[in-house]
Every structure is written in structure tokens, then in C-alpha cells.
Design a protein around this ligand. Structure first.
Ligand SMILES: CC(=O)SCCNC(=O)CCNC(=O)[C@H](O)C(C)(C)COP(=O)(O)OP(=O)(O)OC[C@H]1O[C@@H](n2cnc3c(N)ncnc32)[C@H](O)[C@@H]1OP(=O)(O)O
Ligand SMILES: O=C([O-])CC(=O)C(=O)O
Length: 372
């Protein structure tokens, strides 16, 4: 047996959803740079689910479906009110709420293409409502009902704050959603595919994916980046902080990637947004610190920043609580997870690799009275 640690370089499936070739990311053939500059998140959701950009009518239909399905059961809201709120990480609350959603969906265990698509709409529509409701309830505020006249990005920000967001915030948030929507066979997407490949249901697949995204080596890195920036505090402290991390052989969050070697093509968009937004809110030091960290880490270790690095200062400038950064990643990645789950069901085979055994050699059972 040949063991490939962490399955590096192993090609585990075919997929027509997104590709990473020569450090270029495409969604169904469209370069992420092109989509980030020109598309909206709803168009990208349609693209990931259908592999074609929508016509005007198709886009309007998707928006209508998302708006109509955005409300969540009252029981989920009530449930957020009963746990020791201060200690609950929003990713744990999200994981639980999505699992709970399945209990309120009569089609949860109906695994046919039409029912699966309807569930995909419901999950994509409801995840912003879940994340924002939890965020408000833990602050002692009532959740804000979604508005049918607002787009996906605007609605998220509106439900979070209760105020209609400005155009700059909506544009930045929409772009961040586009950049995070899908990424080939990343750990959380693989988790979702493994789960539904047993012919388990969509809610189980998404719940499992949220659990995988939560970790700091994956989606949880964006929150960890903000923690690092906060600890550093000023540009003058960057050099010593980063060198200490190197000395202690600790990882710098938001750097490195399993697939990209020269750089993550999403990072440059977030870097640009970070520069603009930090200036706009009068907190340029977040960008200045980030840029200096990038200089040091790339020149010393040849490790470029990944999608999680500059997204941290972008979300901070949008006034978002730091522990909501990863749930926001999930709000966007929901679209990719669902695309992959639907693709897995279409051409399913159980995913079951092997492990090379490294335990004790074969031996005989020893009765308990004969054990030392
Ligand atoms: C959306 C996303 O999931 S993007 C990734 C988000 N995660 C992070 O930002 C966390 C920090 N980064 C990392 O931990 C890694 O780069 C990963 C998990 C993303 C990729 O990991 P892998 O492909 O398994 O690389 P691995 O962890 O084996 O690292 C290879 C070498 O680079 C070093 N390295 C990798 N990333 C970093 C980092 N961020 N800081 C310092 N050193 C690093 C490792 O220490 C290792 O060095 P060694 O060979 O001397 O032991
Ligand atoms: O692909 C990966 O390993 C992680 C990543 O960048 C993502 O999920 O966006």
C-alpha cells in the first residue's frame, strides 16, 4: 500500500463545478477574476448549480425562490435563546441549527433530483437568517426578518444590523461571497461528498461540512487571522511577532495552501478591498499590518496569503464580529457544498479509502484474569 498523507495530490473524483489549474480558479469555466469583477453572488449560485450563467428570467426566479424561503422555524430561534450563549461559538450554533432545520423539512429524506434541488434552495436561503439571528440573539436583540426586496448580500447585512447597508458595503460583501463560493475538493466539500455518498441526506452532508469548515486549518483561519492582527496591535510590532512565531515553529494563519504554490488568486481581490475599506473606516493600520506580515512571510518562507488572510480585515471593516467570519464563509460555501452534493448524488459511489495498518501484530485474546 502507498500512503499519501493528507491525501495530497490524490484525485478522488471528477467534477464539473470548479477547477484549480496552474494556480487559476474557475467556476464552470469562468475565471474567478472575471466573476469577482462582474457577477453577483446569486448569478454564481446559479452557475455552480447549473454550470451556466442564468438568463435574466432564470436569475429573477432564483432570487424569488431565495427570498421566499429565507424565514426559519421559530423553534430554531427559541433554541438559540436557551443555551449558554456567551460560550457557544457561532459555528457550533450554525452546525446545530442546520441539523435542526432537517427536522422541519418534510422532504429531508427524499433523495430525488427535484426534492434535492428544492432543499438546496431552502438551505441557501435560510443560512443567512440563521447566522444573523444567532448573532443578534446572543446580544439580547430580536432577530430581523429577511426582506424580499433586498439581494442576498444586502439582506445578510440588513438582518445582521437592522439597518439598510450602504452600496460600498453591499458590493464588498457580495464580492467576498463570490470569492468563497466554491473551491474544488477542499476539506469541507470532500466531507459533504463522503457523507452523502452513503446516500445519507443533504442536511447530514451540510452539517458535516460545517464541522469541517470550522477548523483553523480550513475556514476557521479567517477568525484566527483577526485574532493575530489584534494581538499584534500596530505595524511596529509585526516584525518581532512574526519572527517569534517562526522561532516557535508556529504557523502564521492565512498563509499557505495545499494546492496553490505561487498564490491564491482570490487573495489579491481581498487585499484590494482591505486597502480600500480600512482607509474608508479610518483604520488603515489593519491593512498596513497585513501587508507587512505578507512581506515578511512571503520573503522568509515563500508562503503566499490565502483567501482567509485579507478577508479578516475586510469583514472587520464591515463591522462584523470576528467569530462570525467563519459562519460567513459557510454562508457563501453553502452554494459550493450544495453543488457538490447534487453532483455526488447524480453519479454516486460510496467513498471508502483504505488505511495501512500500523498497530500490533496478530495475537490471541487474553482472558482478563491473566492480564498484568
Ligand atoms: C480556506 C482555506 O482553507 S485556506 C487555508 C486556511 N488555513 C490557514 O491559513 C492555516 C495556516 N496554513 C496551514 O496550516 C497550511 O498551509 C495548510 C493547512 C493550509 C496547508 O497545509 P499542507 O499542505 O498540509 O502543508 P503543511 O502543513 O504540511 O506545510 C508544509 C510546510 O510549510 C509550512 N507551513 C505551511 N503553512 C504555514 C504557515 N501558515 N505558517 C508557517 N509555516 C507554514 C509547514 O510548517 C511545513 O513546513 P515543514 O515542511 O518545514 O514542516
Ligand atoms: O481548497 C482548500 O484546500 C481550501 C480553500 O482554499 C477553500 O476551501 O477555499
Amino acid at each position: 500500500m502507498t500512503v499519501t498523507r493528507g491525501l495530497e495530490g490524490v484525485v478522488a473524483t471528477t467534477s464539473s463545478i470548479s477547477s484549480i489549474i496552474d494556480d487559476t480558479l474557475t467556476y464552470a469555466g469562468y475565471d474567478i477574476d472575471d466573476l469577482a469583477e462582474n457577477a453577483t453572488f446569486e448569478e454564481v449560485v446559479y452557475l455552480l448549480w447549473h454550470r451556466e450563467l442564468p438568463t435574466k428570467a432564470q436569475l429573477e426566479e432564483l432570487k424569488r425562490q431565495l427570498a421566499e424561503n429565507a424565514s426559519i422555524p421559530k423553534e430554531i430561534i427559541d433554541h438559540f435563546k436557551v443555551y449558554p450563549i456567551k460560550n457557544v461559538h457561532p459555528m457550533a450554533a450554525l452546525r446545530t441549527a442546520v441539523s435542526m432545520l432537517g427536522l422541519y423539512d418534510e422532504e429531508a429524506d427524499v433523495i430525488d433530483a427535484d426534492a434535492n434541488y428544492r432543499k438546496a434552495i431552502r438551505l441557501q436561503a435560510k443560512i443567512p437568517t440563521i447566522v444573523t439571528a444567532f448573532s443578534r440573539i446572543r446580544k439580547g436583540l430580536e432577530p430581523v426578518e429577511p426582506r424580499e426586496d433586498l439581494g442576498f448580500a444586502a439582506n445578510f447585512l440588513y438582518m445582521l444590523t437592522g439597518e439598510e447597508p450602504n452600496e460600498i458595503a453591499v458590493e464588498a460583501f457580495d464580492k467576498a461571497l463570490i470569492l468563497h463560493a466554491d473551491h474544488e475538493l477542499n476539506a469541507s466539500t470532500f466531507t459533504a461528498r463522503v457523507c452523502v455518498a452513503t446516500l445519507s441526506d443533504i442536511y447530514s452532508g451540510i452539517t458535516a461540512a460545517i464541522g469541517a469548515l470550522k477548523g483553523p486549518l480550513h475556514g476557521g483561519a479567517n477568525e484566527a487571522v483577526m485574532k493575530m492582527l489584534t494581538e499584534i496591535g500596530s505595524v511596529d510590532n509585526v516584525q518581532s511577532y512574526i519572527h517569534k512565531k517562526f522561532e516557535n515553529k508556529e504557523k502564521i494563519m492565512g498563509f499557505g495552501h495545499r494546492v496553490y504554490r505561487l498564490g491564491d488568486p482570490r487573495a489579491k481581490h481581498l487585499k484590494k478591498m482591505s486597502e480600500k475599506l480600512t482607509k474608508l473606516v479610518g483604520e488603515p493600520h489593519w491593512y498596513e499590518m497585513s501587508a507587512k506580515i505578507e512581506d515578511i512571510v512571503t520573503s522568509t518562507k515563500s508562503l503566499p496569503p490565502n483567501v482567509d488572510f485579507y478577508s479578516a480585515s475586510v469583514y472587520h471593516c464591515l463591522g462584523i464580529d470576528h467569530d462570525l467570519f467563519t459562519p460567513i464563509f459557510a454562508v457563501s460555501r453553502m452554494s459550493g457544498w450544495l453543488a457538490h452534493i447534487l453532483e455526488q448524488y447524480e453519479n454516486n459511489r460510496l467513498i471508502r479509502p483504505r488505511a495501512e495498518y500500523t498497530g500490533p501484530a496478530k495475537r490471541s485474546y487474553v482472558p482478563i484474569e491473566h492480564r498484568d
